[in-house]
Design a protein around this ligand. Structure first.
Ligand code: SF4
Length: 456
């Protein structure tokens, strides 16, 4: 990466903190083994019961091996929170049901179709970069299974290649006045980048800075950082990280940053009393100090960074309106926008986590009762292969979907699909024989995707 002397000086001044997220390596408790062998600290030995560990051990080495689907990983911070919360336990705890039915996709929404170079997805007017192949804990419902298990051969992004791709694409858009020279369809310049993974916040500050700088030098105006670290290990948001952000902002004052948080349940950030109730404070509830401080430090930098939250609705984790109502209310009042509530993706093993689409929609709708207009900005969507599809609602036995985004361009944005209700449907495929209206045949595209080869 070619950098100016000022940019090199910024990189040279970045400081790193040595974090210990738990486990022997300090990166978090890795795998089931420490639980099975009883080498986790005493306070965590009750996390799995003897019966649960026995059932999971029995599956080791069989076609139903839980860790063959996805490795277990946990920070000690999250373990402590999960010990006082059934919901959080269900988010990170391995269960035999995960591999009881492995129906689903290794690469849900056929993401690889939108990958022009390794480690990069180009959708809409933005690019997504795979920056890390892990998170500091693993959500069992994770839709990046393939990245973690390395079964689809996905690679991490090389920032030089990504920057060159953005520059070349934007040059093409300008040269052809926003029309694809081959198809004549609208094409849009890339204006946003998303650092994703895995979780970019497991990387050192300097690596994150290089990604930010590469994207900014390529001309992007907005850069998102997608991270669940505020829930898994909020200590990561320390002064060295904020200094790096401030240094980046000084060099690129026109670039807006956006932290996309992934709070799934209020138990991830609220204090509880000895009876397990949230503690009233002011007009809301008392937050965990470490999270409140980290969010406050980011809010203080609102001139160049903002925050939005998004999460899927997951069985036995947050599939209740009260938790989601508190989540949305507390997010808004902490200065974090409510962006999306998602339907659980059709990953391999999704039947252990997914709530039927129409039930999720009802939970989402119920959760927003009593919220003000600004508190209830979240929309309930499915990330399908043809773009983000909002579930608008149910009427007269029909479900109405609206295409919010179309990955290749804006041609189909706003398109409506109507299907007959199927209360058991876990994904869009559950409506395949029930389409009432689909003017431009989008549904056919979802049901007959172009597949790529999965490495075994
Ligand atoms: S934070 Fe996101 S990428 Fe990481 S394990 Fe959870 S769902 Fe997967």
């Amino acid at each position: 990466m070619v950098v100016s002397p000022e940019q090199q000086q910024f990189l040279d001044l970045i400081k790193e903190t040595e974090f210990s997220r738990g486990g022997a390596s300090g990166g978090g408790v890795p795998g089931l083994k420490p639980f099975i062998e009883g080498t986790v600290p005493e306070e965590f030995k009750t996390f799995y019961s003897k019966e649960e560990l026995h059932a999971l051990s029995e599956l080791k080495g069989t076609s139903r091996d839980i860790e063959d689907r996805m490795k277990v990983k946990l920070t000690e911070h999250y373990l402590k929170l999960a010990l006082r919360s059934e919901s959080l336990k269900n988010l990170v705890k391995a269960r035999p049901e995960e591999t009881a039915d492995l129906a689903g996709e290794m690469d849900p929404s056929n993401q690889n179709k939108y990958s022009p170079i390794p480690g990069l997805l180009h959708k809409y007017e933005m690019v997504l970069l795979y920056t890390a192949a892990t998170c500091s804990s693993h959500c069992r419902y994770c839709y990046r299974l393939d990245l973690f298990s390395k079964k689809t051969g996905k690679e991490m992004a090389n920032i030089d290649d990504v920057a060159a791709y953005i520059v070349a694409h934007n040059k093409k858009v300008a040269q052809h006045n926003g029309k694809d020279p081959e198809t004549g369809e609208d094409i849009f310049p890339i204006v946003e980048g998303l650092l994703s993974g895995g979780d970019p916040m497991v990387l050192p500050n300097k690596r994150i800075a290089r990604f930010l700088m590469g994207l900014a030098n390529a001309g992007l105006r907005t850069i998102r950082i997608g991270s669940k670290e505020m829930a898994f290990f909020p200590y990561r948001f320390d002064q060295n990280f904020f200094d790096m952000l401030d240094g980046f902002h000084a060099l690129f004052p026109d670039v807006r940053l956006l932290l996309i948080t992934h709070f799934t349940h209020p138990d991830e950030f609220l204090e509880k009393d000895e009876k397990g109730n949230y503690i009233p404070e002011g007009k809301g509830y008392k937050w965990l100090n470490v999270v409140r401080t980290a969010i406050g430090n980011l809010s203080d930098r609102h001139r160049y960074i903002s925050m939005e939250n998004q999460t899927p609705i997951i069985y036995k984790v947050n599939d209740n309106p009260t938790s989601l109502r508190i989540l949305q209310k507390e997010m808004y009042h902490a200065g974090i926008g409510n962006h999306y509530l998602f339907q659980c993706r059709e990953i391999e093993g999704h039947k252990a986590f997914a709530v039927p689409v129409e039930t999720s929609w009802a939970i989402y709708t119920e959760s927003q009762k009593g919220l003000s207009g600004v508190e209830k900005q979240a929309r309930f969507v499915m990330s399908t292969e043809i773009g983000k599809m909002e579930v608008i609602g149910l009427t007269h036995g029909n479900v109405i979907f609206k295409l919010m985004r179309s990955p290749g361009g804006a041609q189909t944005q706003g398109h409506i699909i109507i299907a007959k209700s199927n209360p058991d449907a876990l994904w869009i495929t559950g409506y395949q024989d029930r389409i009432v209206s689909d003017d431009t045949g989008l549904f056919k595209e979802i049901l007959n995707p172009v597949k790529f080869e999965v490495k075994k």
